[in-house]
Design a protein around this ligand. Sequence first.
Ligand code: C5P
Length: 245
Amino acid sequence: MTERADFGVAAAEHVAVALDTSDWETFTEWCEFFGPRVGVLKVGLEAYNRWGPDAVARAKRHGKAVFLDAKLHDIPNTVAGAVSAARDQGVDYLTLHVGGGPRMLDAAAAAAGDTLKLLGVTLLTHLDAADLAALDLPGAPAERVAKWAELAARHGCSGAVCSPREVARLRARFEPPFLLVTPGIRPGGDAKDDDQRRTAEPGRALADGSDLLVIGRPLTRAEDRETALRAAIAEIESASTVATG
Ligand code: C5P
């Protein structure tokens, strides 16, 4: 992936498909189907905790780039060890929680090497203002996200994960090549009753400055995956056309 601002990358390259399933057959079938069609395959906690490095290897076999969404959060020494293990498996993107603090981020960055890009998770997209109040965390979600993106940028991350609702504000503050990665994408305004709260459509997220759109269930659980993927890509393409005038 190159910088998003030039929109020189085909629309599908901006899509990361979240391969969240408990069934290996389904996982491999999704790798085969989505791997050649999108830029990135994302191995999440469900798949990694079931199949570990086999899941990464399978995604690498079929996909152009692999995103291990491990959401690491531990003491610096342990996180550094996990980062180097991911690097050895050929992972391209790896997440860790910014809430682990500056020393954890620094240790991760030192272990990442040149090929592995670290993405700092700011605030998970299912959390809203009421959840922050329940957790006794001050400020609105957007403020917390901005603060934690700043920490990620200062402490060796190549980018941050945020909700599409916050991406425009972050892009105004962080120029490429700092990557902004957005889950909570719902094509066609499909705000179905799932656990995501701070969502947006793919075209909107890209126009607002997202580099990589993480899309799971709207694609993997679609009755017709081909049509669902085409529709998502068309939404991204139309946003690119508007943005480039
Ligand atoms: O199915 P859906 O499109 O909601 O999938 C979103 C994916 O992005 C899931 O794999 C989820 O774990 C991940 N994710 C997220 N919110 C974050 C970081 C990652 O939803 N802040």
